[in-house]
Design a binder for this molecule. Structure first.
Ligand code: ADP
Ligand code: MG
Length: 243
């Protein structure tokens, strides 16, 4: 199904400093509607900063970011329409699964009937319906992460931003969730931008991988293309190629 409309992103010459640290340097990147793109790089390479800039949470020093041709910082927050899942997936411990997922809808003043409908749909998309009445402490790490994902889906955003949502999970769960996320991506037809430092995860999940180091894009391409023709020693080493 491809019910999604919009979700094309353009980053043009994006540069972001934190004090004297240049976190992101001159990043230019086109992401097509419906693409699954992973930003892959070591810790401190600027991945999260790029994601936060796309979300409109940090303003770049230079450059601009467009969603479907319109500068995101000019859009009212509700039209930025990104679903964001962070590494820490902070759920509210005193709220049930349903309460957590419904919360952003309440904040926006969505009427009760529509809230119920959106809640049911989002829970269904991550197969959490049967656990709607549980509290976060009664869930596994993987289930908690799916709650965070459902909460990102309630507004049916054209772009989902994931910041290492799987990194805290053990290997088995991580692989299960990779498969689930891929299936979700295929069902929704939504653009996904996934931040990771896990080469295998990026290779498994992505239409395209963007390799970053020290705030700069080193290479970008389909997983096989990068693996078969790394543009530099760093890329080859980082992707785990022996030569
Ligand atoms: P990654 O997600 O790839 O690990 P980040 O985007 O978090 O990298 O960080 C890139 C660089 O920017 C790092 O040097 C980091 O220390 C710095 N940085 C990130 N956020 C902040 C912040 N809020 N204040 C100061 N420095 C920051
Ligand atoms: Mg990060």
């Amino acid at each position: 199904m491809s019910g999604a409309s919009g979700g094309a992103l353009s980053l043009r010459g994006v540069t972001k400093d934190f004090g004297r640290t240049r976190a992101v340097e001159d990043v230019t990147l086109e992401i097509a509607q419906g693409e699954f793109v992973s930003l892959l790089g070591p810790s401190g390479s600027g991945k999260s900063t790029i994601l936060m800039a796309i979300a409109g949470f940090v303003a770049p020093e230079r450059g601009e970011i467009l969603l479907d041709g319109r500068p995101i910082l000019g859009l009212p927050p509700e039209q930025r329409a990104f679903g964001v899942v962070f590494q820490g997936y902070a759920l509210f411990p005193h709220m049930t699964v349903a309460g957590n997922v419904e919360y952003p809808l309440k904040l926006r003043g969505i009427p009760r009937a529509e809230r119920r409908e959106r809640l049911a749909k989002a829970l269904d998309q991550v197969r959490l319906g049967p656990l709607a009445g549980r509290y976060p402490r009664q869930l596994s790490g993987g289930q908690q992460q799916r709650v965070a994902l459902a909460r990102a889906l309630v507004f049916e955003p054209p772009v989902i931003l994931l910041d290492e949502p799987l990194s805290a999970l053990d290997k088995k769960l991580r692989v299960d969730l990779q498969i689930e996320l891929k299936a979700l991506h295929e069902r929704l037809g939504t653009t996904f931008v996934n931040v990771t430092h896990d080469q295998e995860e990026a290779m498994n999940m992505s239409d395209r991988i963007v390799i970053l180091n020290e705030g700069r894009i080193l290479q970008s391409g389909a997983p096989e293309a990068l693996y078969n023709a790394p543009a530099s020693r760093f890329v080859a080493d980082f992707l785990g190629r022996a030569n």
